[in-house]
Every structure is written in C-alpha cells, then in structure tokens.
Design a protein around this ligand. Structure first.
Ligand SMILES: O=C(O)c1cc(C(=O)O)c2c(n1)C(=O)C(=O)c1cc(C(=O)O)[nH]c1-2
Length: 250
C-alpha cells in the first residue's frame, strides 16, 4: 500500500521538531568512526586520514555557498550567506577556516601541498562531497538552504571532539584544533538563520517534505564519508588504490 498523500501542512514548530528528529537519528555524531576518533581509539595514521579527507569537505563548502548565493536575487539573503564564505576563506592569506584546517593537517605531519590538492583522498569522499555541491546547485533554493541544517547539530559534536581528542592524543594540541573554536559561534549563527528561513518559507506540505529530504540527504553525505574512512582505515582496512597510506601500513 502506498502512503496516503499528506494534505495538511505542519506548523513551523512541528516542522522544526521533525527536522530535529532527523538529526537525532541520522547525524554523524552517531557514526562509530566518530566514537573511535573522540574516544582516543585511533592511531596517528588514522587521524591523519580523517583530517586529510575532511579537508576536501572544508574546501568545497565555499564553492557550494557561492553556488547558493548565485541563485538568489535577494540582497539580504546574499549578504547573510556571504559571511559563510568569509568565515572559510578569511580576508587575507592565512586567515579563515580553510587556513585553520591546514594548521591541523600541518600539526599532524601531513604535507600541505598534498592536502590542498586533495591527493590521496578516498573516492567516496570526493563522490559524497561533490554530490553536496551539485545538490545545492541544482535543487530549489529552499532545499539548498535546508541542506545546511546539519549545522544545528554541529556544536555538540564539536565540543565532544575537542575534549576527547585533547584528552586522548598526545599528537594533538589546542592550537591544532583552533578551527573548531570559531565553529562554536559560527555554526549556531548560521543554522539559526537557515532554520528561521525554512520555518518561514516551507509552508506547503510538498515543500516541507522537500526540506526534510534535503536534511536527510545531507546527513547521508556526512555519514558516507565516515563509512568510507572506517572501511579503508579501521576494518576491514581496504585502502583503495591511490588513497593515502599511513606510515607503516604500506
Ligand atoms: O565538525 C563537524 O562535525 C561539522 C559538521 C558540519 C555539518 O554538520 O554539516 C559542518 C562543519 N563541521 C563545518 O566545519 C563547516 O564548516 C560546515 C559547513 C556546513 C554546511 O553545510 O554549510 N556544514 C558544516
């Protein structure tokens, strides 16, 4: 039997509750790889693999935000959204989130040129991240904005990550993790805006279904990246041809 078509729209509060339920069920804080990372169960090579692959995600975020800006004729929305690009790119060389992520990969002993070029990233990292950029280019503006709503759930996982990594890894320092300090204020600011937008604009049932699907898709983008890391670097340990090989695993 097919599901009956939903005819009554949810109230904004109901929609928000439905979105938060998706996060509770599907956000990447529940992924076992994060349990290992935050619980000190990985070695330096495995943490390097995580930071290297995650750099590719970071590096594509400004591209997807620029794509989103290019799709709206509303100056207020562009003004708001361009701050995200400033956060990642900074306003001079060496400033901003991407530069701060490179401090982390430097501190972990990775070669900066290789990280910047995405050399050795997993195929699934590229496929998942590129799918996110394409989603934002091609779907409706409302879906594009809704796909950023994973950031609602980011501050809690960042808190756990920083505390866990500092407690467990002697090769990680507070300076190396400075990327996350700024995210603790940037993520709530960004997700508050996106949530207000979605609550206001997603009024019809079909729009509400679309925003829930967009958030689900984005959770899948994040989850798939951790699945790939786990498969390659934890168990069964099948590193794809051409991907980063930690020292001693050659
Ligand atoms: O550390 C994390 O777990 C995490 C999660 C997310 C997220 O939920 O999408 C982002 C970030 N970090 C992040 O640093 C970041 O810049 C970012 C941008 C976006 C986005 O979709 O626009 N998500 C995230």
């Amino acid at each position: 039997m097919t599901e009956p078509a939903m005819t009554e729209p949810m109230s904004p509060d109901q929609l928000e509750a439905a979105l938060r339920a998706i996060g509770r069920e599907r956000y990447h804080d529940r992924h076992p790889f994060h349990g290992l990372l935050h619980g000190g169960k990985l070695d330096r090579g495995q943490v390097q693999a995580w930071a290297l692959n995650r750099f590719y995600y970071q590096s594509r975020i400004p591209l997807k935000d620029a794509a989103l800006i290019s799709r709206t004729e509303d100056p207020a929305l562009r003004r708001e959204w361009r701050r995200r690009i400033e956060d990642h790119d900074g306003d001079h060389e060496g400033d901003g989130g991407i530069a701060r992520w490179l401090h982390l990969t430097d501190a972990l002993g990775l070669d900066r040129a290789a990280v910047s070029d995405g050399r050795g990233i997993l195929p699934a990292t590229r496929f998942a991240v590129d799918a996110y950029v394409r989603f934002v280019r091609e779907k409706t503006l409302l879906e594009a904005i809704a796909s950023s709503l994973t950031e609602l759930f980011a501050p809690a996982i960042i808190g756990n990550r920083v505390a866990g990594m500092l407690a467990h890894y002697d090769f990680v320092s507070p300076e190396a993790l400075s990327y996350f300090d700024k995210r603790l204020t940037q993520a709530p600011r960004d997700s508050d805006f996106a949530l207000d937008y979605v609550r206001r604009e997603a009024r019809r049932p079909d729009q509400q279904q679309d925003v829930m699907a967009a958030l689900t898709f984005k959770c899948d983008v994040l989850w798939a990246q951790l699945d790939a890391l786990h498969h390659a670097y934890v168990a069964p340990g099948h590193i794809p041809p051409g991907a980063f090989v930690p020292e001693g695993r050659g």
